[in-house]
Design a protein around this ligand. Sequence first.
Ligand code: HPA
Ligand code: ZN
Length: 326
Amino acid sequence: QDLEGFILGLPKAELHLHIEGSLEPEQMFEFARRNGVALPFASVEEVRAAYAFSNLQDFLDIYYQGARVLLTRQDFHDLAMAYFRRVAADGARHAEIFFDPQTHTERGVPFDVVADGLLAAMDQAQAELGVTSKLILCFLRHLSEDDAFATLNHADPYLDRIVGVGLDSSEVGHPPSKFEKVFAAARARGLKVVAHAGEEGPPAYVYEALDLLEVDRIDHGNRALEDAALTQRLVLEGMTLTVCPLSNLKLCVVDDLAAHPIRRMLQLGLRATVNSDDPAYFGGYLGQNWVETAKAVGLTRDELVTLARNSFTGSFLTDDEIAAHL
Ligand code: HPA
Ligand code: ZN
């Protein structure tokens, strides 16, 4: 069996996906048209040409701009359904998706509009595609902790449908310690907690995510490898890292996909997973991340099976839910 067929046939889960980052340029134009939103681009080609990033902030500027076309419950529903169809075709059985409510509430789009649209798509994806999913609310770390608290309060009526909270946006200068109190409040509500750490930020931010936020997973985590003691701790704790190879390439976290540390992570005993992050912006959905990375770094079939297993053991599915997928 060829590599691509082998990968697509492996049951797997996606654990690091920003739903706003699945907004394809074609959809951006469609939503802009139906909502009467002006776009600073004349064509799909012009949009794609703008997707040349030299760091995380370059990307975030255009990602937040793109999100301005998302206004109605239908937009959020259609956005998520398009994602679920893509990832189902890649052999995913489960996805844990991030959403950034502050990106929308700041523009006057109510929290409920966003959440109701996404949740309706999640139900439809399970019924029509057999893809299960869980929803993770991310706080924007460039905003204040008070703002994050207000967002957590907005989410209160939805807590039975939100599995956890995360931390995303501009990392450097906004360490996990800034959000210690709101993460404690989230944990007190029984939510799982994850945080982006070590994508551009130093190993110290990964320590803070572990010690101050008490995270259940680290999103990215690449720079933890600079610290041998930290790496060893992540191995011993069985901490899942949600690694995003094509994102790392596009945001210049790595210079070349062949130099990506995913294979080294597995060899060190880290519980790494492969994910797409913002597939519409970074050039590939889940399957393409797996295939291109496997080719570039020479992942063995055993290593691919390990990655697939890690995607379930690192998920927030119960053992029974995992068993039902395998
Ligand atoms: N890092 C930080 N914030 C983000 C990302 C990311 O990769 N994608 C969307 N928001
Ligand atoms: Zn991310």
